[in-house]
Structures are given as C-alpha cells and as structure tokens.
Write a protein that binds this ligand. Structure first.
Ligand SMILES: Cc1ncc(COP(=O)(O)O)c(C=O)c1O
Length: 403
C-alpha cells in the first residue's frame, strides 16, 4: 500500500510562507556555535536590553490580581483608550478607542490589516528595502505584492514618481515604514506630503503606516502619515511595544484605523487568536503611563552605537552607506565586492557573501535579498559595543580579502 503523504495536502497558502533569510542565518549561527565556532551575530532585530522594571512589575501585579482570563477581542478598554490618547497627543492622530485594535505583536496587527483589505487579485505596493513580513502577509492574503526598488544613493527611499508608476486600478494598499527596518531611513514631512498628494489622486488607496521604531529616532522629525491633512481616513497606523519598550517576547502590538477597517481587523483577530494576552495589556498600560527614562536611555545607547557603526563602515573602502537617522540597523551597499573571489570561489550574491562571512570570518549578518535589496546587507546594532567592534573588524577583514 502506498504510504500516506501529508505534504500533498498542503494548501497553496502554506507553500507561499517562507521561513526567510533572518531565521536561516540565525539557525546557521546556532549550528556553528554548537560546533564550537566563535561567531559574532548582528542578525537579530531585537533590543538587547531587558524590559524596564516598572513594566515587569505591572505584569506581575496583573498576574497576582486575576488578569489571567480572555481579553475582549479588540483589547481591554483601558488600553485602547490609553493608546488612542497616546496617538492623539504624541502623533497628532485623532483616533478614539474604538479605532484601536490590539494584537499579539505588531506582526499580527499587520496581518489583520492586510487580511482585512487584501484578497485574491488585489495589489499592495511595497517600497523596497522593506521589512520581510510585508511581502509575506500580502502573499498570505493571496494578493500581489508590487515591489518598488530604491538604492543607497536615494537613502533607500524611492521617489514618489516611481511609487506612482507602480499603482494600478487593483492597488488597495501602500506600505510606508518610517523609521525603516532594514535601512534606518526616516521619511521627511515633505516626502510624506508628496505621498499624501498621490493618495488623494487615488480614491481607492489606503496607506499602511508602520511606526514601530518611532522611539528609536536620533535625527530629524517623526511624522505619522495619518496626521497629514485628510490622511487619517486613508491610513492604517501600526505600532507596538516590542522595539521602543524592549518587549519583543511579550507579543503586543496594535493597529488604529477608520471604524469599518478596525471592526474588520477585530474579526480577523477573533478568528485567528481571540484577544491579546490580558496581563501583558495591563503591563502595556504601565509602559504608556509610566516614566520613559528607560526608553530614553536605550535610545541614547543605540545612538552611540550608530556612530560607532557608521564610522566603522565608512572606513571600509568600497562600502557605501546612507545616513542612519533612526532604528538599530545599518544597511550598507556591498555591490563593489560582488563578483570577487574568495580563494577559487566567486561570490556573486549577498546570500553567498553572508554565508561566506559567517563560515570563514565568524560574523553573522543578513543578506539584503530578504528585504528586496540584493546589493546590501543588514547589521543590527542591538548588540554590545564590544560585539559591534568585533563584527566590524571581521567584516572589514573579510571584505578586503576578496580579490
Ligand atoms: C518594521 C517592523 N514592523 C513590525 C515588526 C513586528 O514587531 P512585533 O514584535 O510587534 O511583532 C518588526 C519586527 O522586527 C519590524 O521591524
């Protein structure tokens, strides 16, 4: 009798879901370390700091006070109100609590938003370099991701005319991620105003504005897209607690949107997981209402590391690097090193380059192919200064040894 093959049952959706280069590089790093290799890893995009104490204490109190039950699907009313108030006062976004929907991480909030808007045949425009999950979530919703490239000479922000050229009658969503993962770029008010002009010219288009790095800003101004004239109704604002408050493992994010979209997102949330974790929502209230000195001291630490990374990368002849006004990522263009030889072996792509740097020089980075930008590589400087210095040295030695 023929053996049962469960792989034949997998849905088309399951086959579009790719584990991605970041997970692959992290696994390879773990495997090599297990074999005793000395590897410095700048792959993972998460704060290396612990969550501030007042937030941890609030979670412990919540557990001890019985907040261990299901939460309302869209989130606890106190937190939805606190988030609406934060968005009004800090971001100039005139949302009410009914516009806010909590999720188990911003990643899930993005999926809720995309599933609420995109179906088969619909298109979403994604400026590249982009955060990996955007393309994945659009494919997961069986839509088409239309990628608009940009390069280091443009500070990794495609000009608005290039974005406009990608819009078709099937386009329903435009992604904006400012500050950006993987580039650290920040869109200026003038640039966002040009995007708003474009949105006005396309009455069926909504913007998904991912603002999760807003608190890790060193230079310039944080502008929330929905705060521009007439844009609140045309925007889904995404944010979460992972990055600014160092709460990646807690899994809490949110979306704010016009009421019909917010209600649809809550329905997605209800089907996939029910309301977000109840005691984590209590801790998030403490994050929003409590002192922000922890957030500020992390920002200052990232800022000093940013200077270190920029100095190190600028010193490597052939590496091109744009300014990094925000986040904890650097995204140097290394195209000058592609097509060169390591021994007898030609390195053609940044995937091959990152594999070789890991195996031969003990430094783990992420190839830009993961972010729709094949000529660059991503370094996360959410790591100690000692590790950053070691990684820069290994990168320099590796790159300069290529012939
Ligand atoms: C741009 C961007 N948006 C969203 C997320 C998801 O964050 P969360 O941990 O809240 O799911 C990340 C995480 O890396 C990110 O870089």
């Amino acid at each position: 009798m023929k053996q049962f093959d469960s792989s034949a049952l997998l849905s088309p959706r399951a086959s579009t879901a790719d584990e991605g280069a970041i997970i692959r590089m992290s696994q390879k790093t773990r495997d090599l370390r297990a074999l005793g290799h000395d590897i410095v890893s700048l792959t993972i995009g998460e704060p290396d700091f612990d969550t501030p104490l007042n937030i941890r204490d609030a979670a412990k109190d919540a557990l001890d006070n019985g907040f261990t039950h299901y939460s309302p699907v869209a989130g606890i009313p106190e937190l939805r109100e606190a988030i609406a108030q934060k968005l009004r006062t800090e971001n100039g976004l005139n949302y009410q609590s009914a516009n806010v929907v909590l999720a188990n991480g911003t990643k899930q909030a993005i999926s809720n938003a995309v599933l609420a808007i995109i179906g088969p045949g619909d298109e979403a425009v994604i400026p590249a370099p982009f955060w990996v999950s955007y393309e994945g979530s659009v494919k997961f919703a069986q839509g088409k991701a239309v990628i608009v490239p940009s390069d280091v000479s443009e500070n990794y922000k495609p000009p608005v005319a290039r974005i406009a050229a990608a819009i078709t009658p099937a386009t329903k969503l435009l992604f904006i991620n400012s500050p950006s993962n993987p580039t650290g770029a920040v869109w200026t008010r003038a640039e966002l105003e040009q995007i708003a002009e474009l949105v006005r010219a396309h009455p069926k288009l909504m913007v998904l504005s991912d603002e999760i790095y807003e608190y890790i800003l060193f230079d310039g101004e944080m502008v929330s897209f929905g705060s521009l004239p007439g844009m609140l109704e045309r925007t889904i604002t995404l944010n979460g607690f992972s990055k600014g408050f160092a709460m990646t493992g807690w899994r809490l994010g949110y979306a704010a949107a016009p009421l019909p979209v917010a209600q649809a997102m809550a329905r997605m949330q209800s089907i996939i997981s029910a309301g977000a974790n109840q005691f984590v929502q209590r801790a998030a209230l403490a994050a929003l209402h409590g002192p922000r000195d922890g957030v500020e001291s992390m920002r200052l630490a990232y800022s000093a590391r940013r200077d270190l990374v920029l100095k190190g990368l600028r010193a490597i002849a052939g590496v091109q690097i744009a300014p990094i006004p925000a986040t904890f990522y650097a995204f140097p263009d290394v195209s000058a090193f592609l097509g060169r030889k390591a021994g007898n072996h030609v390195i053609e792509t940044t995937d091959q380059l990152c594999d070789w740097l890991l195996e031969s020089h003990g430094v783990s980075l992420v190839p830009g192919t993961a972010f729709g930008a094949p000529h660059s590589i991503r370094l996360s400087f959410a790591a100690s200064e000692a590790d950053i210095k070691k990684a820069l040295l290994r990168l320099e030695q590796g790159l300069l040894s290529l012939k």
